[in-house]
Design a protein around this ligand. Structure first.
Ligand code: CAA
Length: 703
């Protein structure tokens, strides 16, 4: 038998084990081996039932994602055909689902007549996260098994369902008492089926899925859900496939599903989302860090500063069961911080995402102190105080005095030089930047700033810790703003300038949200605080601002006390969270343009798109060239997870590849020529972009 499969006949049962580590992805070789094994068992008269299981515990994580977009994806035997054949075997087939059955893995289980899981089993159809839909019968078989509403929810959310819920829904028929007992329990189940002369496939509970469905079910579903889908294709295709399950007999429904799947697979959105999937896995691989790099244990954490950022950071650790000490200078600030954390958890309880007991467990992991001496036994200390070098350096001097040897000392700075912070300690090898994004308990991005002297095991430990607390850690070198904020700078600068030239804040934001960014530049600045943005800009003005027009609109709003949402006025006016255009801002832009001799003109949407996006892309490519970012896909992860760039565009670097690097370069050169002195000053193509285009490259890479 093939090495990808284990095969054994034991007392009238054929046990077929999937053995393609790490996750039994159903690539062509495994598909072929599985088909061969099933045919063998089907043709063996001594076999009366077949059990398919994961030979190493884990059942199957679905189709092989590396095959998508290539001929291997549908190379014979293709997955839909293989699973159809499985449904037509002459003997009962039982799926023994250890740990995971995801995507094509769950579809494999659905093609089996019977399914047993174990206590840790999770099942799901996460294809939507790859811009796909279940393409091997899932959209047709799951609604027939658990009903349309539950099936559609699983496919649209892509969420994993735990064993007990899968049992309640009817995806699993039974549960083994433990993972170790799964295979034996599956065999017992098979023998019971043989003894009771059970049918090869039991009747489907929802054989006619449309029956008993409210007449306006799909219409209502669309009204509720569609606005959230923005321009995403995959949810719409899932929806169509499930509608087909209600309208068509199984075979025709399967054909419709296949056509929709192929449409999704060929789409740019799916290509982008597959890129993001592999980018997330790649980000953890850092040159100089081997599997053998020793990790330091992180059992106790301390956070300096109990403000919004410090509190949010602390919650991540409490959520992961790690005790955290919060340090503040004043007792009332500490109390306020802890109360705020409790209130944030209470909102989760109200929304049903947390139980009261969990709230109390998490609060019990949080303690406060006003005394640095209480941080002596922390394994990791994260400083989250005011963004000013001298203040942060002072904190690090104190930490150097009190922390135990080997403790990792991290700064949550968003723009300051981590080397200068490390330099005030006698242990710069233990200092690293950990840039969380606000709200720190929610946002998935963690920029890990590898300073000049940071030790490899400190980097390796913080990367591992980042994943433990559910973040996507991305390594950045030291520079102003690291990867994310440095790219934000030219992008936001263009947005400001375009308003002086004649666009409105709403027009700029609408172009960006039209691209499916979570929010436009000005909405973001109003939310983050016009004052906060001003202070960072002002501290670095000498280094980055080369002319009077540089973000003048933001400066003027700051001087008017229009700090954004929190003061009810910024680039927009607010009533609660409701945003309105503010004609005073337009008048202010007109006045500033006059003072700066900037001609006002109608600005079209394409120009807004190209100027903001091309400058963002250009800076990213420059960062790659400088070695601040290790790879283009890391830059994509930063902007997707920290700045709301749509994952289905793959991040700014992938988006540049889709636009065409030559077109991006031509655009930058065009603005350099047409925008006068301003164009000459700011629209300088990154040398790496020029080299890539000259070399005929279509992907962003270091050359
Ligand atoms: N295909 C190919 N490779 C896969 C894979 C898949 N379906 N799932 C995981 N891998 C690879 C990862 O790329 C990674 O490779 P490297 O070690 O080379 O980086 C390795 O397996 C381990 O994966 P993780 O690092 O992600 O390990 P984890 O333990 O953190 O997570 C997992 C495991 C939950 C299975 C996660 O990998 C995952 O979510 N995988 C994708 C599941 C999925 O989306 N399945 C649907 C596929 S599409 C489909 O099936 C379409 C269809 O209908 C026909």
């Amino acid at each position: 038998m093939h090495s990808l499969i284990t095969y054994q006949v034991d007392d009238s049962l054929a046990l077929i084990g999937l053995a393609r580590p790490p996750v039994n992805a159903l690539g062509q070789p495994l598909r072929a081996a599985l088909l061969e094994a099933c045919e063998l068992a089907n043709g063996d008269p001594s076999v009366r039932a077949i059990v398919i299981h994961g030979a190493n515990g884990l059942f199957c994580a679905g189709a092989d994602i590396t095959e998508f977009g290539s001929p291997a994806s549908f190379a014979a035997p293709d997955l839909p055909g293989l699973l159809l054949r499985l449904t037509r075997l002459d003997k009962p087939v039982i799926a023994a689902i250890g740990k995971l059955a995801l995507g094509g893995g769950l579809e494999l289980a659905l093609a089996c007549g019977y399914r047993i899981g174990e206590t840790n089993t999770r099942v799901g159809l996460p294809e939507i996260n790859l811009g796909l839909l279940p393409g091997a019968g899932g959209t047709q078989r799951l609604p027939r098994l658990i009903g349309v509403a539950a099936a559609l929810d699983m496919m649209i959310s892509g969420a994993q369902v735990a064993a007990d819920r899968a049992l309640a829904l009817g995806i699993l028929d039974r549960l083994a008492a433990s993972p170790e007992q799964l295979l034996a329990s599956a065999c017992d189940y098979a023998r019971e089926l043989i003894a009771s002369a059970a049918p090869v496939r039991p009747a489907e509970p929802f054989a006619e899925p449309a029956k008993d469905l409210e007449a306006d079910f799909f219409e209502r579903y669309c009204v509720e859900q569609e606005p959230r889908w923005k321009t995403r294709l995959a949810p719409r295709l899932v929806f169509s496939a499930v509608q087909a399950a209600c309208l068509l007999p199984l075979e025709q429904g399967l054909a419709r599903e296949l056509a929709l799947f192929k449409q999704a697979e060929a789409s740019r959105q799916s290509e982008a989302l597959r890129h993001v999937f592999f980018a997330e896995r790649e980000a953890g691989k850092v040159p100089g860090i081997e599997a053998s790099t020793a990790l330091r244990p992180i059992a106790k954490v301390a956070v300096i500063g109990a403000g919004t950022m410090g509190g949010g950071i602390a919650m991540n650790f409490a959520n992961a069961g790690i005790p955290v000490t919060l340090l503040e200078r004043q007792g009332d600030a500490l109390d306020r911080g802890l109360v705020h954390i409790r209130q944030t958890y209470a909102i989760s309880v109200k929304r049903g995402k947390l139980t009261d007991t969990q709230l109390e467990q998490r609060m019990a992991l949080l303690s406060g102190t006003l005394d640095y001496a209480d941080l002596a036994d922390a394994d990791l200390v994260i400083e989250a105080v005011f963004e000013q070098l001298a203040i942060k350096q002072d904190v690090f001097r104190q930490l150097d005095r009190v922390c135990k040897p080997g403790a990792i000392l991290a700064t949550n700075t968003s723009s300051l030089d981590v080397d200068q912070i490390a330099a005030v300690t006698a242990r710069p090898q233990d200092v690293i930047g950990l840039h969380f994004f606000s709200p720190a308990n929610v946002m998935r991005l963690l920029e890990v700033v590898n300073a000049r002297e940071t030790a490899p095991e400190v980097l390796a430990t913080t990367l591992k810790m980042g994943r433990t607390i559910g973040k996507i850690p991305v390594v950045s070198g030291v520079c102003f703003g690291f990867i994310g904020n440095r790219m934000l700078e030219p992008y936001a600068r263009e947005a400001h300038r375009l308003v002086l030239e004649g666009a409105t804040p709403a027009q700029v934001d609408d172009v960006l949200t039209g691209l499916d960014l979570n929010m436009g530049v000005f909405t973001m600045l109003d939310l983050a605080g016009v004052d906060v943005n001003f202070l960072v800009r002002d501290a670095n003005r000498a280094a980055i601002a080369h002319d009077d027009s540089y973000c003048r609109l933001g400066d003027e709003l700051y001087s008017l006390g229009r700090y954004g949402q929190k003061t009810g006025r910024g680039f927009y006016q607010y009533e609660g969270r409701q945003r309105h255009n503010d004609y005073e801002v337009v008048a202010l832009a007109e006045r500033l343009a006059g003072e700066l001799h900037i001609p006002r003109r109608p600005v079209d949407d394409k120009e807004i798109h190209d100027r903001c996006l091309f400058m963002l892309i250009n800076e990213g490519i420059q960062l790659l060239d400088e070695g601040i970012a290790l790879r283009a896909s890391d830059i994509d992860l930063v902007w997707i997870n920290g700045y709301g760039f749509p994952a289905h565009l793959g991040g700014p670097m992938h988006y540049a590849e889709q636009i065409g690097l030559d077109r991006v370069l031509a655009g930058i050169r065009y603005f350099r020529q047409t925008l006068g002195d301003y164009g000459q000053m700011w629209f300088t193509p990154a040398p790496l972009l020029e080299r890539l285009v000259a070399a005929g490259k279509t992907t962003v890479e270091r050359i």
